[in-house]
Design a protein around this ligand. Structure first.
Ligand SMILES: Nc1nc2c(ncn2[C@@H]2O[C@H](COP(=O)(O)OP(=O)(O)OP(=O)(O)O)[C@@H](O)[C@H]2O)c(=O)[nH]1
Ligand SMILES: [Mg+2]
Length: 235
């Protein structure tokens, strides 16, 4: 593996995210666009749960998102709920052209709050922004509901790609801030957050060593001595 590849793959933190909401709201298309930067043609209902991942660059840090795309259909509810456990982030999707998908948000939010991390960061996403003519839920309604329930909010289009990466960035930044402030401890169980291996891979590279140690929220159990094998290192 060359150094360029290693830098892209190495990450500082791993966050577990779930993508939830009524069937047909565009969850799979949203994720697909976020990862492949194109629209997923002929998307079929998700059966149970599908997994994917994406690494985001936030400031100097690489955050790997472990993304669980869940089925919205009622018959999969008990299966999908088992994937909510310890989620650090929830992307709660409704369809702006479907009042019904908006009306059921309470249920989805209650489930992810009950089963996710105690520090769960949820982002409300109004998808299918490209179908403005068929809009049934106003931006102001989505925004108000999000505010009343303590969620971040954005409208997206998985078709055009508008704002598609935003909910993932918003949630990841928010979680990172909690780590940096000390409110969220990645060593604690059930937070949906864990340390990546980037700091360990940084051994032998002065630039990456300084980046690994020049920030807050680093792994407390790994000291400089642990990593370079003593105090005499001139890295
Ligand atoms: N116009 C438009 N259509 C979209 C958009 N996102 C998804 N769709 C369409 O909406 C339908 C459902 O999309 P999916 O992504 O499969 O929906 P889902 O939420 O994953 O559905 P389940 O897996 O059953 O829960 C498909 O026909 C998509 O082509 C969008 O942003 N704009
Ligand atoms: Mg799906």
């Amino acid at each position: 593996m060359d150094e360029g590849t290693e830098l892209i793959e190495a990450y500082d933190y791993l966050f577990k995210f779930i993508v939830i909401g009524e069937a047909g709201t565009g969850k799979s298309c949203l994720l697909y666009h976020c990862i492949h930067e194109s629209f997923k043609e002929h998307s079929a209902h998700t059966i149970g749960v599908e997994f994917s991942s994406r690494t985001l660059r936030i400031g100097e840090r690489n955050i790997k998102l472990q993304l669980w795309d869940t089925a919205g259909q009622e018959r999969f509810r008990s299966v999908t709920r088992s994937y909510y456990r310890g989620a650090a982030g929830a992307i709660l999707v409704y369809d702006i052209t479907s009042r019904q998908s908006f009306a059921h948000l309470d249920r989805w939010l209650a489930d992810c709050r009950a089963l996710g991390s105690p520090h769960l960061v949820a982002v409300l996403v109004g998808n299918k922004l490209d179908r403005e003519d068929e809009r049934e839920v106003e931006y102001s309604e989505g925004s108000r509901w999000a505010q009343e329930n303590g969620l971040l909010f954005v409208e997206t289009s998985s078709l055009t790609g508008e704002n598609v990466p935003t909910p993932f960035h918003l949630a990841a930044r928010n979680i990172l801030s909690s780590i940096d402030s000390g409110a969220l401890d990645p060593d604690a169980a059930g937070t949906g957050v864990s340390y990546g291996e980037r700091q360990l891979r940084a051994v032998g590279s002065s630039s990456r060593l300084s980046s690994a140690f020049g920030r807050r929220g680093r792994r407390k159990s790994v000291s400089l001595g642990d990593m370079v094998g003593g105090r005499g290192c001139s890295c």
